[in-house]
Design a protein around this ligand. Structure first.
Ligand code: HEC
Length: 139
């Protein structure tokens, strides 16, 4: 009986540790998401639309989850340096030019958390540290 209580206590502690970690990450992700949405409205929505739907043949949508997953490590570079190489999104080729945005790493992290968790995506947290690493590999 005592052993049973001990085991229960240990597993309860482990379970609550697990959930509090998870909650801390979720809380941080939600904060990034909310700030990222403000940044998106300010800097991106004009071209990419309130629902990430894009703008006709001019601006690609941000709703292609295959593209967004495959290019996650490139998003910081795309936003910071702009983009002029042709991209294929939802099977359609876009050849416009996206301007560069001189945003701080924290802003890049937040806007990336927003665009990778809104518009039907669910990619979770993306940190300042990841922005810093990804920016080292810009071409
Ligand atoms: C002036 C219009 C304009 C603004 C403002 C703009 N973009 Fe873009 N964006 C484009 C165009 C045009 C392309 C395609 C460029 C190409 O074909 O090389 C693009 C491409 C992209 C891509 C890669 C392709 C895709 O659709 O997934 C991402 C990601 C992206 N933009 C995110 C952003 C984010 C985030 C912001 C705000 C910080 C932003 N853009 C602001 C016009 C814009």
């Amino acid at each position: 009986m005592r052993k049973f209580i001990l085991i229960s206590l240990v597993s309860l502690t482990l379970i609550s540790m697990f959930y509090s970690c998870q909650t801390a990450e979720t809380v941080q992700k939600d904060a990034y998401y909310v700030n990222g949405r403000d940044l998106y409205i300010k800097h991106c929505q004009n071209c990419h639309g309130a629902k990430g739907e894009g703008l006709g043949a001019l601006t690609p949508p941000l709703t292609d989850s295959v593209f967004m997953k495959a290019n996650k490590e490139k998003l910081a570079c795309i936003i910071k340096n702009g983009l002029s190489a042709p991209v294929t999104v939802h099977g359609q080729v876009y050849e416009g030019k996206m301007p560069e945005f001189n945003l701080a790493n924290i802003d890049l992290a937040q806007v990336i958390v927003y665009i990778t968790n809104a518009f039907g995506h669910q990619q979770g947290m993306y940190t300042n540290q990841q922005v810093e690493n990804d920016l080292k590999n810009c071409k």
